[in-house]
Design a protein around this ligand. Structure first.
Ligand SMILES: Cc1cc2nc3c(=O)[nH]c(=O)nc-3n(C[C@H](O)[C@H](O)[C@H](O)COP(=O)(O)OP(=O)(O)OC[C@H]3O[C@@H](n4cnc5c(N)ncnc54)[C@H](O)[C@@H]3O)c2cc1C
Length: 421
């Protein structure tokens, strides 16, 4: 008799290296039915806005990622099923069709993901495991509802745990379900085309990590990280981290190798690791505050002075505000799907505090375009920059002229992406 399988639902953990949740599914000793679902809602427009959840940059990157995952799974002796539709509906049907014993998946914490998890677990056996963080809730010295509000307090509590960060082995064999495969109709074939700025997939992500670390650039990170452009001014690992084709713990371990030549390098590595902690911090913030972080009011009690101003929003998103640096940055985002961290800080400030436009719209535009879109980091940073999140200086402002003099002193960045006015 065929052994009852478990379904493995790949979400933002599109990798076979250091994947604790997949490891847990394998430890059942049962055959695995691996699944990836392109969610229909990614193609529906945001409320009140005329664009959907995902643009070509991230979609191409995701296609490449899923194709690469499919190849890796094939090499491990199994077959990735690829669907498009409503994940809850598809998984429930698949569960019945292959008489699965359980569904295993990486745990997620944002509102939509939580709702999917609760709808599934009401009707079937869903086994969730954290996998996208450096420090899991059972490792940190506080409960999620007491997670520190401010980043520095959070960092001080978790940084000492850095020495314990470990990874699980890469999966090389995944037993295949031997039941009737025709009972599980696969529906989605992935289009192929030229890559964008980054090539998607676990293989490319691991290569990028090696290249970046071996280049020695991390040793100068503190000095270069605020640049607007250049090959290695920052790691550019965010796209792979965002869809989980690269493990954050793997990067942490590589950065921890004792090879820093001098004090400047040590400071830089520490600073880079602190950025990875920001990523965890926003996950904990959303775990603690849930939907609140997505509200216009955010985590603050005062009423926001931001409005649904379509004209100002359209000028901002198309890069035609008349502010040369903001315009160039917004054009870069549209053309490439990427923007430096300094750039993101400046344009989010400008939209929410100068133009006084609803910050949620800016976050939605980023969600649509960013190749490294990550729900926690995007909404957490947007709330922070617009004074509705956890910045202790809620009225923080930037002088754009001074920022341009400092970060684009020759004007080359503005020239590259042009400005309309
Ligand atoms: C308004 C706004 C929106 C943002 N939206 C996103 C998003 O959707 N996805 C995303 O990954 N990052 C987001 N960031 C954070 C940051 O800008 C990017 O992670 C970073 O620019 C990506 O480039 P990098 O990989 O070269 O980063 P590096 O400077 O090399 O940093 C290494 C890694 O640390 C993490 N990191 C760095 N800065 C932050 C930060 N402020 N918050 C959380 N994690 C951080 C990222 O995973 C990044 O890949 C946003 C920042 C702002 C101000």
């Amino acid at each position: 008799m065929t052994q009852q399988p478990v379904i493995y639902w790949f979400r933002n953990d599109l990798r076979l290296h250091d994947n604790p949740s997949l490891q847990k599914a394998l430890s059942t000793g049962r055959p695995i039915v691996p699944v990836f679902i392109f969610d229909d809602k990614w193609w529906t427009n945001f409320p009140d806005l005329d664009f959907p959840r995902i643009a070509a940059h991230r979609l191409t990157f995701l296609y490449e990622t899923v194709l690469n995952l499919s190849e890796q799974i094939q090499n491990a002796g199994n077959h990735l099923l690829i669907f498009k539709g409503d994940p809850v509906v598809i998984l429930k049907e698949l569960y019945v069709r292959c008489d699965a014993q359980a569904i295993y998946a990486q745990e997620e914490y944002a509102a939509e993901e939580l709702s999917e998890q609760s709808m599934l677990s009401e009707q079937l056996h869903l086994q969730l495991t954290p996998g996208s963080m450096l420090f899991t809730p059972d490792q940190v010295p506080f409960t999620v509802d007491k997670s520190p509000f401010y980043y520095t307090a959070f960092k001080n509590k978790v940084e000492p745990l850095g020495v314990y960060v470990s990874t699980s082995p890469t999966i090389t064999h995944m037993p295949r379900y031997q039941g009737d495969q025709t009972a599980i109709p696969e529906v989605y074939s992935i289009p192929t085309g030229p890559s964008g700025l980054f090539k998607g997939g676990e293989t490319a992500g691991l290569e990028r990590m090696e290249t970046y670390i071996n280049s020695g650039a991390p040793w100068r990170y503190s000095e270069t990280r605020n640049q607007l452009e250049g090959a290695h001014f920052s790691s550019h690992l965010a796209p792979w981290l965002a869809n989980g084709s690269l493990s954050v713990r793997k990067i942490w371990q590589h950065l921890s190798a004792p090879s820093q030549p001098d004090e400047e390098a040590q400071i830089s590595i520490k600073t880079l690791k602190e950025q990875l902690i920001w990523r965890d911090y926003f996950r904990y913030l959303i775990m603690r505050y849930g939907e609140k972080l997505f509200w216009l009011k955010g985590l603050r009690t005062s009423e926001p002075t931001m409005y649904n101003d379509y004209d100002a929003f359209n000028m901002w998103r198309e890069g035609s505000t008349g502010q040369p640096l903001v315009d160039a940055l917004m054009r870069e985002l549209k053309a490439t799907g990427f923007m430096s961290n300094r750039g993101r800080m400046l344009v989010s400030f400008y939209l929410s505090k100068e133009l006084k436009v609803n910050w949620q719209w800016g976050a939605a535009w980023f969600e649509y375009l960013l190749v490294d879109y990550d729900v926690y980091s995007n909404y957490g940073n947007w709330a922070y920059q617009s004074g509705r999140g956890t910045d202790s200086r809620v009225n923080r402002r930037f002088n754009l002229k001074k920022q341009a003099e400092k970060f684009d002193p020759t004007g080359s960045f503005v020239k590259k992406y042009g400005s309309q006015k």
